[in-house]
Ligand binder design. Structure first.
Ligand SMILES: Cc1cc2nc3c(=O)[nH]c(=O)nc-3n(C[C@H](O)[C@H](O)[C@H](O)COP(=O)(O)O)c2cc1C
Length: 342
């Protein structure tokens, strides 16, 4: 099969957080797909550990994904207002009152150095343009570099920076919106429109993401001109994904209309299953990402342990109900690959 970068056509989307697991990434790659590690929230040493773990499990290629560093304004007043909203939920979970985080995000340059040292087949970026110099340096070291776009102008910028391919992330996609130009609400373009728009606008390959959960979605993305497909949500329920039971149960129970776009957990627009936190914070102004993300971490982790889905960021995409019982990662890869015409 003549495939993009010599990789399988079905990729697992990088997913930071609970799904950032070496076992899952390895199971996808070993199972005939291309597994990617969402490393955005991982300390550099952890990136090295997980990459080594993947290599003990499979010799197949895998990718690593990072969030581009983005400007944000520290706002302790807005943060304190947010912490006051969290306080009641902390009390319900038996946690001490929330405090301002000591640290908001990992050091990007150190994460990138760890990623380079891990030698993945692909380094991908989201939420920004890695820029000409960084892309050139990575390509000179033999890496394939992939960017993420939610609108045509972002795709053009990424292409001008020299990336090898662009992921077209449609509105249906679970998790954070990966765009970086204008407001996120200004780029809510569905996969069905975004993929051909980017295919027409760019001279580099486009990888479809958002709402692809079965062979029909794969076939549709290929028909729209995608050179490969990436699915995130569908992999959340495979056997090897270490999702907390509360998260898993909430995903299994969710209906199509439960999907919502929210800033409530992180300060940045993301798609997940609506719950108490998303409903009660709807319309509330919040400090910039990553301040709420760091501030709500203790609550989210405690809720996952306590089985309280009301307080977990239940990231998932609109196609969630299509993938209730995918089986193993290899079984899902095989089912998706059936939609791809060699
Ligand atoms: C739980 C979760 C975490 C995600 N984390 C990341 C991430 O760290 N980096 C990234 O580029 N995209 C992330 N995404 C978005 C995916 O890469 C991808 O665009 C999306 O899952 C595709 O849509 P789908 O969920 O409908 O398959 C995440 C998605 C989910 C569901």
């Amino acid at each position: 099969m003549n495939t993009l970068f010599g990789l399988p056509p079905v990729w697992m989307a990088p997913m930071a957080g609970e799904a950032a697991s070496g076992a899952l990434v390895a199971a996808v790659s070993a199972g005939g797909g291309f597994g990617q590690l969402g490393a955005a929230y991982l300390a550099p040493a952890r990136i090295a550990e997980i990459a080594a773990d993947i290599r003990t499990r499979t010799d197949r290629p895998f990718g690593i994904n990072l969030f581009c560093p983005q400007p944000w304004l520290r706002d302790d007043v807005a943060l304190d207002t947010y912490l006051a909203r969290l306080a009641g939920w902390h009390a319900e979970l038996g946690l001490p009152a929330p405090a301002r985080p000591e640290r908001y995000e990992e050091d990007f340059d150190a994460q990138l150095a760890a990623t380079v040292a891990a030698r993945p087949a692909i380094i991908s970026f989201v939420m920004g343009d890695p820029g000409v110099a960084r892309v050139a340096a990575l390509k000179a070291q033999g890496f394939t570099v992939v960017g993420t776009a939610t609108q045509v102008a972002e795709g053009r910028l990424l292409q001008a920076s020299g990336v090898d391919a662009v992921v077209a992330q449609g509105y249906e996609a679970g998790g954070h919106r990966g765009g970086f130009l204008g407001t996120p609400e200004g780029a809510l373009i569905g996969t069905m429109a975004l993929v051909p728009l980017l295919v027409d606008a760019l001279d580099i390959p486009v990888i479809a993401a958002g709402g692809i959960a079965d062979a029909r979605g794969v076939a549709a993305a290929q028909a729209l001109g995608a050179s490969a497909v990436t699915a995130g949500t569908a992999f959340l329920l495979v056997d090897e994904c270490p999702l907390s039971p509360a998260y898993r149960t909430a995903l299994l129970a969710a209906q199509d209309t439960d999907s919502t776009l929210t800033r409530a957990f992180s300060g940045r627009l993301a798609r997940g299953v609506a719950n108490r936190v998303t409903r009660e914070l709807e319309g509330t102004p919040l400090p910039d990402f990553p301040q709420p993300n760091a501030a709500s971490r203790a609550m989210r982790q405690a809720a996952a342990k306590a089985g309280r889905a009301d307080f977990i960021s239940l990231w998932a995409g609109q196609a969630l109900p299509l993938s209730r019982s995918p089986g193993s990662a290899a079984q899902l890869v095989a089912a998706l690959t059936q939609g791809w015409r060699a």
